[in-house]
Unconditional design. Structure first.
Length: 256
């Protein structure tokens, strides 16, 4: 009886010790997994936040670069003289050169009231008033160089170029879990814009402004991706993608 009692006691003791060890191990595993998951989530959050911050910085730098470019062009003596005297043919040639060299989609000059003197995309489209344009309006009121993003409708784009109208249209393709969008095409164009006043003898005589179309601008999103992710691939597949949204519509993306 005593032997059976000792054996039973030892068994219970062993089971108790194993239970404590097992319980401790399970608790340790749960705590470890929780800490690891929290760290992974925190690190992932930081990566996403830093990536978005870097993209925002690069986007703003692109706007600032165009703003500085147009501020410089606005101070050129030939541009000032030609704007003052409305030498449209000369301005048309010069604006085309600048537009092509710096990859702009729009580059125009107005008078001090916002009336178009010359469009780089069409020498025959002039005289209309664009003082309600977001950038032009701000410059006319504040008399300073500025830049920013803007939404442009098809009517405005048509004055610039039929080609820009075609480039700007986005066919909306339904995807799983996406919000139901009733229209078949997104016809609004998002543009990166910049402009500067043109001065002569202390008097503002005009405004030069330019824009880059963001819709279907694959070079823009590729430049962001390549700078941020260094073209990393696994089995020839890119590890990352970059997309610019207009509300729920992808207007520029390298998602295949």
């Amino acid at each position: 009886m005593s032997k059976f009692f000792k054996f039973n006691f030892r068994l219970k003791l062993t089971i108790s010790m194993l239970s404590v060890v097992a319980l401790t191990g399970i608790v340790a595993i749960i705590i470890g997994i929780t800490i690891i998951n929290k760290n992974i989530i925190r690190d992932a959050y930081e990566v996403v936040k830093n990536t978005l911050d870097a993209t925002y910085f690069m986007y703003n730098e692109k706007m600032n670069t165009k703003k500085k470019l147009l501020a410089y062009v606005a101070k050129r003596e030939d541009i000032i003289y030609s704007t003052k005297n409305k030498q449209r043919i000369y301005l048309y040639k010069k604006l085309q050169e600048i537009k092509n060299e710096f990859n702009l989609d729009i580059l125009n000059i107005t008078d001090h009231k916002g009336n178009i003197i010359i469009r780089s995309n069409s020498i025959n489209q002039y005289g209309d008033n664009v003082s309600q344009d977001k950038i032009v309006n701000w410059i006319l009121k504040n008399r300073k160089t500025c830049s920013g993003s803007d939404l442009v409708n098809q009517y405005t784009l048509k004055k610039e170029s039929i080609d820009l109208v075609r480039k700007s249209q986005i066919r909306i393709i339904p995807t799983p879990r996406s919000r139901n969008i009733k229209k078949a095409y997104e016809k609004r164009a998002m543009m990166l814009k910049a402009g500067s006043p043109i001065w002569f003898n202390g008097k503002m005589i005009g405004v030069i402004y330019g824009a880059i179309l963001i819709n279907n601008n694959f070079k823009l999103v590729d430049s962001f991706k390549n700078l941020l992710f260094k073209k990393h691939k696994i089995d020839k597949d890119h590890l990352s993608t970059t997309t610019i949204f207009l509300e729920d519509v992808r207007i520029a993306t390298n998602v295949l």
